[in-house]
Design a protein around this ligand. Structure first.
Ligand SMILES: Cc1ncc(COP(=O)(O)O)c(C=O)c1O
Length: 382
């Protein structure tokens, strides 16, 4: 007997960086974490208060597979408030993070063997989940020429396709798909019968860029969302999908069988987080300051080929001119400066050796110190 072939997917290499960073923290104690893909803050106070109140007053059993009706209603209202569009609460499904939501969406939309495209660089787990589900992942290599975004020409050259996964703002590039591009991508996909799955998990973490949802243009799109990033609730494992009417029952059947429901306590906390806008917007203001420090710092060091860092909390930098593979570079930066960053290989198996991802979600003091250490390292002649 042997493990299934489908489980032979790539590991998440960033975990290796995190392990090495933890080891150095134990031995030397000076690590600055620019490798982590999560907020450095806990859940907002209003979410914690809602969780505490649910713990004392609620049974916290299973919820409906689609989530607490009050939470679904509140999420639906977001689309009216933020986007001026009407989303019926019946189209919202509360999920175990975006990760659980993405898995449900893929299972509900596609059959094994279907061709589904995603950008390279792109979020590694999506590629790996799709491969484990038996989908054919069609990479769309994107680069500086299109601001690291996919275009209609890219999608056309990847045909035939059953699906297209997009993410805005993107991990690892931080780039944002604006209204004009979203309109053209969704229109082309509609014409070709391609299902758009839009990861909008970094919405609200943008720095002046136009923030549109795929739903603004395409009611047949499936939106994947989460409380992990803007709401700073990664460990609570709660997110949501917005799906067209005819996909809700299939998603519900899958959710009943795969997960039963998202954790009840997390759903109560998530509901509370809607009252935390000021606290959460303070985090975004800090991300913006940190983003500027990293971008300016890197440019000063001569790394001027950066993806437009318009959202999320990442800078995707081309470090190819150093002539050092990014996995080796990241190991050396950790060993020689205590700065942990992520090599590009997770996100782009083809060209990731030239790129690194800087995450700037930690404190501004830590980010400023990391930039200083890398500046010294660069100035020391390596
Ligand atoms: C683009 C993107 N989508 C999805 C996820 C998974 O998020 P969740 O914690 O909601 O499962 C992440 C996490 O880093 C991400 O960066």
């Amino acid at each position: 007997m042997s493990p299934s072939q489908r489980s032979g997917i790539s590991p998440f290499f960033v975990m290796e960086v995190m392990k090495a960073a933890a080891r150095r923290q134990e031995l030397v104690g000076d690590v600055l974490h620019l490798e982590v893909g999560q907020p450095s803050t806990p859940a907002p106070a209003a979410a914690l208060a809602a969780a505490a109140s649910a713990m004392s007053g609620d049974r916290l059993g299973y919820t409906e597979a689609t989530g607490l009706p009050s939470l679904r209603e509140r999420i639906a209202r977001l689309y009216t408030d933020r986007h001026g569009i009407d989303v019926d609460a019946g189209r919202v499904v509360v999920t175990v993070g975006a990760s659980g939501g993405f898995t449900l969406a893929m299972l509900a939309c596609f059959d094994a063997g279907d061709r589904v495209a995603m950008t390279e660089p792109g979020y590694a787990a999506y590629r790996n989940i799709m491969m484990a589900l038996g989908l054919e992942v069609v990479p769309i290599p994107v680069g500086a020429a299109t601001g690291f975004n996919p275009t209609v020409d890219h999608v056309r050259s990847a045909l035939p396709l059953s699906g297209l996964v997009i993410a805005s703002p993107s991990n690892p590039t931080g780039t944002v798909i604006g209204g004009e591009l979203m309109a053209s991508l969704t229109a082309f996909c509609r014409e070709q019968g391609i299902r758009v799955v839009s990861d909008e998990i970094y919405h609200r973490i943008t720095f002046g860029a136009e923030e549109v949802s795929a739903l603004d243009y395409e009611a047949e799109a499936v939106v994947v969302q989460s409380f992990s990033k803007y709401q700073s609730m990664t460990g609570w494992r709660v997110g949501w999908l917005v799906a067209p009417d005819d996909l809700v029952a299939p998603i519900e059947r899958l959710a009943q069988n795969l997960f039963i429901s998202a954790p009840a306590i997390s759903q109560h906390a998530a509901l509370g987080s809607f009252d935390a806008v000021a606290e959460l917007d303070d985090h975004v203001a800090r991300y913006r300051v940190n983003r500027d420090l990293v971008v300016e710092g890197l440019k000063g060091m001569g790394f001027d080929r950066l993806a437009p860092a318009d959202g999320a909390f990442y800078v995707w930098a081309d470090v190819g001119d150093l002539g050092i593979d990014s996995q080796i570079l990241c190991r050396r930066w950790l060993e020689e400066t205590g700065v942990a960053v992520t090599p590009g290989i997770d996100f782009d198996p083809a060209s990731g050796g030239r790129f690194v991802r800087f995450s700037y979600s930690e404190s501004t003091a830590d980010i400023a110190e990391a930039v200083r250490r890398l500046e010294r390292w660069m100035a020391s002649g390596r």
